[in-house]
Design a binder for this molecule. Sequence first.
Ligand code: NAD
Length: 264
Amino acid sequence: MDLGLRGKWALVCGASKGLGLGCARALVQEGVNVLMVARGREQLETSATELIAACADSTGASVLFCAQDITTEAGRAAVFAVRGDFDIVVTNAGGPPTGNFRDWDRDAWIKAVDANMLTPIELIKATVDGMAARGFGRVVNITSSAVKSPIDILGLSNGARSGLTGFVAGVARSSLAAQGVTINNLLPGAFDTDRLRSTLQGTAQKSGQPLDAVTDQRRQAIPARRFGTPDEFGAVCAFLCSRQAGYITGQNVLVDGGAYPGTF
Ligand code: NAD
């Protein structure tokens, strides 16, 4: 299927590894020009170079990168100084730490809300009116299955991302919907990335069980009996960005190997 995205420009955040890199790769494979953002320059440059070698040469897509902390105003200003207009924005940043809610003070909450709620809202604010004026736009927020099915040690994530989910539900149904702009959330279940490994480490520490045992239990609890891959996640992201997905907006799309047990 041709997703109709060749020549579009995408901003992909948290793109040096894991799910963000999976999204960047899938978009570049569709001929989308991508500006990749992450904090660490070395890993980001390595990933961008790999993408250029693997796909961009064959699709003609441009790959740029910008090492910035997307959760800061200065970081976002530096990113928008590279390029101001985007047809596609994939919002993403590291998830908050695991822990016990009794230990989280105001600063911990502000940090989580900043990274996982206010930063995507700022990125939406900065880009959607330009998209609407051009008659095409796609925003995909990488959130978490924890929005639908909370995990106790991830309380900071459960709380902050639910705030974003409520905001998106409203703004996606605003006048933007009639101007070709869709805004959706993509909810990962368990994907094989560094983030999952550190979450499993947190569970192992809390329960006193070996990491291998905790990892296996988590895998066995998923109907698919495996963790997802960043490429599988990226493919769903690319579809949500496609021309064909123009009638999908304001949705929370769960990609979790069947782990969520509800009918709806
Ligand atoms: P990851 O740790 O593998 O990668 C995170 C990426 O984001 C890296 O490129 C990192 O450099 C970048 N990043 C982190 N903070 C940043 C910041 N402030 N500014 C710019 N870039 C930043 O994580 P992942 O598994 O790809 O997860 C991506 C998101 O999805 C996270 O928010 C995570 O909590 C969430 N999530 C992941 C899973 C999973 O199983 N992997 C499940 C549910 C939710």
